[in-house]
Design a protein around this ligand. Sequence first.
Ligand SMILES: Nc1ncnc2c1ncn2[C@@H]1O[C@H](COP(=O)(O)OP(=O)(O)OP(=O)(O)O)[C@@H](O)[C@H]1O
Ligand SMILES: [Mg+2]
Length: 162
Amino acid sequence: MKSEFPRDNESPRAHAALLSSTPKGAAIGRRIARQHLTSWGINSRAPEAFHSALLIVAELATNASTHGRVPGRGFELALSLTTARRSRTTVLRIEVSDCRGDRHPVLPGACSPNSQSGRGLTLIDALASRWGTVPRDPSAKTVWAEIDLTSTDAPTHATDAV
Ligand SMILES: Nc1ncnc2c1ncn2[C@@H]1O[C@H](COP(=O)(O)OP(=O)(O)OP(=O)(O)O)[C@@H](O)[C@H]1O
Ligand SMILES: [Mg+2]
């Protein structure tokens, strides 16, 4: 059967970057995400998902460079676009890995209107199709979020997933 989103080994939709755990590193992560998602056609095919993804990258990168920071260690941003063979759903996955494997994101309860913090994960929870945290050896973790793209939104060269 012909795939709607054929595998494109010449140009896989995946990118990873190691960044410094600083505000500048977080800003560079957002810029990298903007560049890659644009080159994958997400800004034009799925503008809402595009802006959601950039907000998610910004919040995860900021969290990694503050709550997940280990002096002298960076954090990793990984982006990928895959199409599930069975459902044909194209999924944009954002992963941010930091070196504080002993501390984890905690979705706060309702924040007070005057609260100056505690909004990042609430925002991610609202914008992402799903998100979570997985350990990453030896003492690190990955906080990930996925956004499902509809077939009409999705670029035509996502990498097929099993
Ligand atoms: N990468 C991380 N490593 C360790 N703890 C984290 C990480 N991300 C989030 N947390 C924990 O989860 C809490 C909630 O994160 P959230 O992003 O919602 O709020 P915040 O970062 O405190 O404030 P805001 O994002 O509004 O500036 C944080 O206060 C922190 O305790
Ligand atoms: Mg935050």
